[in-house]
Design a protein around this ligand. Structure first.
Ligand code: TRH
Length: 385
């Protein structure tokens, strides 16, 4: 067993969207705050990273924010001494000079993989592979939903903070005031609040049409700009920052891209959350509210087994009627066409789905989180976690 690791280098290459940096930035902060580790986060694209780290100065090669040293990862990589743990996020390929330096101090080298609820993850988590030419071993660290995987990212105080927020009308009122949407404080039977974060290929027009014709009033909150084109095309409405429009029973409200902690609060405060990719997916689980997850679309429909594996977990134990409604809605949302009554059916089942989502979240929150498993693994990488 090794001594507790004191430092960690995280390498993050931003492929597209915000998930890669979203996960890395969250993990970096957690290891710094909760494990007192010295963290360097190497990021190749500071402009995209700035969405998630608003105070980031994109002209700086190095800067420290929230106890994390953020380093602009450029093509020419000057050799440095590697930290005790090296995290290569999502197989982003470490610089050659850095790999060479790793042969000297032999850190624990982890490849942090993408999250999936699929069964095969249990067998692949914590497997190793030897570097083809250098004396180095890489460990594959798979996040996941059970004890045989690397777990889910969750800050130690998160559930307590969420419970406090969800039990406090005052905190919620303050939050909506800050977003300049004071009427959102209304109870859900008067105004159902839905947050909508999805890939543009989602059937957004079908959904908004259903909201418009919904049997009760809906406030649909649209954080960020990813869906604006789809919405403008459908509604012919020019979406400007913080603007809103009411059509039938739907009020559509634009919200600027929020900080990660404000986005958490949005998820906590809404009655249903549409999320996507990886990090918002996990955050919606911790919100303990009904959710619709859209996986990142892959070629040859490779995202569909991922979707089904999650659905199996999320709907486990639900009465058949609700289970079918949830499954149908998820599959329709991810195959880009909603039926006319799909939304109304979800609405009818919402109380049951809400109880299910709360229990699902509570059950998962009883497991240890990813950061804790990662640190234990690094102390003893020869044994499964
Ligand atoms: O942006 P994404 O689609 O990221 C995806 C996934 O990670 C996917 O698996 C990967 O292959 C692809 O990137 C490259 O969705 P995700 O993972 O939910 O990341 C969004 C991040 O943005 C998350 O950390 C939450 C954060 N966020 C905010 O902080 N504020 C906001 O207002 C919103 C809407 C999101």
């Amino acid at each position: 067993v090794k001594a507790s690791p004191k430092s960690c280098d995280i390498f993050c290459r931003i492929i597209d969207n915000y998930g890669d940096i979203g996960v890395c930035w969250r993990l970096a902060r957690q290891l710094a705050h909760e494990y007192d580790m010295v963290i360097r986060l190497f990021v190749d694209d500071l402009t995209t990273a700035q969405h998630l780290i608003p105070s980031l100065d994109t002209s700086q090669i190095k800067q420290t924010i929230m106890e994390v040293e953020i380093v602009h990862w450029q093509a020419h990589f000057v050799a440095i001494t590697p930290a005790d743990i090296v995290i290569e996020a999502f197989a982003c390929e470490l610089p050659d000079t850095y790999l060479q330096a790793m042969t000297e101090n032999q850190p624990v080298w982890l490849n942090l993989e993408y999250l999936s609820a699929e069964y095969w993850v249990n067998g692949f988590h914590a497997q190793t592979s030897k570097h083809p030419t250098l004396p180095l071993t890489r460990h594959f660290f798979f996040p996941g939903f059970n004890e045989n995987t690397g777990g889910l990212l969750r800050e130690n105080a998160l559930i307590e903070e969420r419970q406090h927020f969800q039990n406090s009308a005052e905190e919620q009122a303050k939050f909506w005031q800050k977003l300049r949407i004071p009427d959102a404080i209304k109870p859900k039977d008067e105004l159902l609040k839905v947050s909508l974060f999805a890939y543009p290929e989602a059937p957004v027009a079908d959904l908004l049409e259903s909201f418009k014709n919904s049997s009760s009033p809906i406030l649909c909150l649209l954080p960020g700009n990813g869906l604006i084109n789809a919405i403008e095309q459908y509604l012919g409405w020019n979406v400007s920052q913080n603007s809103r429009i009411t059509l039938g029973n739907m009020t559509l409200q634009h919200v600027p891209f929020l900080s990660q902690s404000e986005y958490d609060q949005l998820l906590w405060a809404c009655d249903l959350n549409f999320v996507r990719g990886e990090d918002s997916w996990i955050r919606a689980i911790w919100a303990a509210k009904p959710m619709v997850w859209q996986p990142y679309q892959q070629t040859e429909q490779a995202h569909l087994p991922k979707l089904n594996a999650f659905l199996d977990l999320y709907t486990q134990g639900l009465p058949d009627a609700s289970k079918q409604v949830v499954e149908r809605f998820y599959r329709a949302w991810s195959s880009n066409h909603l039926g006319t009554d799909d939304w109304q059916k979800i609405l009818d089942q919402l109380p049951t789905i809400a109880t299910q989502s709360k229990n699902f979240s509570d059950r998962l929150a009883q497991q240890t989180g990813l950061a804790s498993r990662l640190v234990s693994f690094c102390k003893n990488p020869t044994y499964p976690v």
